[in-house]
Design a protein around this ligand. Structure first.
Ligand SMILES: [Zn+2]
Length: 246
């Protein structure tokens, strides 16, 4: 487990590639990997393009992540190149080694005591967890975040369009006519008026029928009373004329 080192300059500490300045240290400008490999020029969130940038990014990753140093340099380059070609940035790979694709935190922190082959196996497992069944990288964490952001924006746009449509409908007096709501309301009002009229007609007819029945009953009572009292009912004119002849 060793980070790839540039050739030693012969002046600094060969192990740390630093100058010991008493109470502070300084990275050797000649042969410290940070400067020698141009790590200061690596933008972790930018996707490295081309062989040279991809190799530099792989070196940066091995420098930043102790666990990646378990991989042989060629293996690390080959593995990371596949991700870089799929649009991953170095930072996406850092994320992939910390989180599973489902977002759960990986329970794995390499320690110096771990045998190199076990660390290597774990790192390879973590990287392949971010590949599909064909071994091709999934969308990177940043690409997934972009997809989520885009999906959220399109939902918001759809919502805003719906609100705008509703607002336009409210301020357009003809819209309710177009939608037919006003005709339906007018037809309902007309129908209610007709029903009210019909009800009043039925009521009047019933009252008339009642009055007629009452008059007939009064008539019958008068007839019965006069028959009981032996008072002849007034006859009509033709009957009286007939009687006077006999
Ligand atoms: Zn040096």
């Amino acid at each position: 487990m060793a980070v790839e080192m540039p050739p030693w300059c012969g002046e600094c500490d060969p192990d740390t590639r630093r100058f010991d300045l008493g109470d502070s240290e300084r990275r050797c400008a000649q042969c410290h990997p940070y400067w020698a490999f141009g790590h200061d020029s690596v933008e972790p969130r930018r996707v490295p393009v081309g062989r040279a940038e991809q190799e530099q990014a792989a070196r940066w990753l091995a420098y930043e992540l102790v666990s990646l140093r378990a991989l042989p340099t060629d293996e690390l380059r080959r593995r990371t190149r596949k991700f870089f070609e799929a649009g991953w940035s170095p930072m996406d790979i850092v994320h992939a080694l910390d989180f599973d694709p489902d977002g759960s935190l990986v329970r794995f922190a390499p320690s110096a005591e771990d045998p190199a082959d076990r660390v290597q196996r774990r790192v390879l497992n973590l990287l392949s967890a971010w590949c599909d069944e064909n071994g091709d990288p999934l969308l990177s964490p940043a690409q997934q975040a972009e997809v989520r952001r885009e999906r959220m924006h399109s939902r918001q746009r759809a919502q805003q369009e719906k609100w705008a449509e509703l607002a336009a409908r409210r301020t357009d007096p003809q819209a309710s006519v177009r939608s037919g709501a006003r005709q339906i309301a007018a037809a309902a009002a007309l129908r209610a008026k007709q029903m009210h009229l019909e009800a009043r007609q039925r009521e009047r007819a019933a009252r008339l029928a009642d009055e007629q029945q009452q008059r007939r009953r009064d008539e019958q009572i008068r007839e019965q009373l006069s028959r009981l009292q032996g008072i002849p009912l007034p006859r009509n004119g033709s009957d009286a004329l007939e009687e006077s002849r006999t």
